[in-house]
Design a protein around this ligand. Structure first.
Ligand SMILES: Nc1ncnc2c1ncn2[C@@H]1O[C@H](COP(=O)(O)OP(=O)(O)O)[C@@H](O)[C@H]1O
Ligand SMILES: CC(=O)N[C@@H](CCC(=O)OP(=O)(O)O)C(=O)O
Length: 280
């Protein structure tokens, strides 16, 4: 088994992988199993579909540009409410069915994540996506304290600007920033597809292995939810994380295999100069 005892693994649980309650519970049990195996799991959760469903119930518009939700002040209230009040609470509840492990928090808590407004471009033109943040600074102290005390932090991707403005951060990018700041061994992203498809939406052939440079070349051609996800993988491995894995979260126990480095499934991104890169 490659996953070394005591190493930190950041697991991003995507909103699309959460739609099934049974998978949600299996995911929680797997995270606890990782903890018992001696790893230090940190969960960052998404909730895009859950936010969109609530916006719909409230009669508010859902719009994405470059894979990011266009976020007005009104949308931001709903984003924060659904992520921290509902999705995070459910996950904490499922993990804590196994014992007093999980502690929920957001990027706002203890100034864990500081964000700035993120610019976006579509077809080379700037578009206003509102209160969407990009994490520019991570203070991992609180997460480390929780880990040292034997807890499993469950982090919602909401961050504060230096001026106090609250931003909506894509969960993949939040997970990536946290993985870098924690000097994590791995970043595991669970989603609702088998990995990065080479020619989406025309084919479902999964790209199994990518170096950072190869991914950098592919990035401008990617679309929708895969764009922030792969950007997150790239930032992670360039920031020192040993491997970033995009896995199908609908497959039971995918997180166990990913966190332990059994990387036969999904898409694995490695740094340019790693041993895994030079083997290809
Ligand atoms: N090249 C690609 N390969 C696979 N999926 C892609 C690709 N490009 C876009 N997608 C879309 O990205 C989605 C996953 O991203 P996203 O919807 O943000 O999920 P999550 O909630 O897990 O973050 C897939 O369901 C698919 O519709
Ligand atoms: C800026 C932005 O797009 N934020 C996301 C945050 C949640 C998220 O990323 O959820 P998934 O991982 O399930 O996609 C959103 O509002 O949907």
């Amino acid at each position: 088994m490659e996953g070394s005892r005591g190493s930190t693994v950041v697991v991003k649980f995507g909103g699309h992988a959460m739609v099934d309650a049974k998978l949600h519970r299996t995911f929680a049990a797997d995270v606890v199993e990782l903890w018992h195996a001696g790893l230090r799991p940190v969960v960052v959760h998404g909730g895009g579909p859950q936010i969109s469903a609530m916006l719909d119930r409230l009669g508010l518009e859902t719009r994405f540009e470059a894979g990011l939700r266009v976020t007005t002040a009104e949308t931001m209230e709903v984003v924060r409410m659904v992520l921290t009040g509902r999705v995070q609470r459910e996950l904490v509840g499922h993990i804590n069915a196994h014992g007093p492990y999980a502690v929920g928090m957001t990027g706002e808590d203890a100034h864990t994540m500081t964000a700035v407004r993120r610019p976006a471009w579509v077809d080379g033109r700037p578009v206003d996506i509102g209160l969407v943040g990009d994490v520019v600074d991570v203070n991992p102290g609180m997460v480390r304290t929780l880990l040292e005390r034997g807890h499993i932090p469950v982090v919602s991707p909401v961050a504060r600007g230096a001026d106090g403005q609250i931003y909506n951060v894509n969960a993949d990018l939040a997970a990536s920033a946290l993985a870098v700041a924690l000097d994590a061994e791995r970043l595991v992203m669970l989603t609702d597809v088998a990995g990065l498809y080479a020619n989406w939406p025309h084919s479902t052939e999964v790209i199994r292995h990518l170096t950072a440079d190869a991914l950098d070349e592919l990035l401008p051609g990617l679309a929708s939810g895969m764009l922030p996800k792969m950007e997150g993988c790239l930032r992670a491995v360039r920031g020192g994380v040993r491997g970033a894995h995009v896995l199908d979260g609908r497959v039971p126990h995918a997180v166990l295999r990913g966190a332990l480095g059994e990387t036969g499934d999904g898409t694995t991104v490695v740094p340019d100069h790693s041993a895994a890169a030079s083997h290809r």
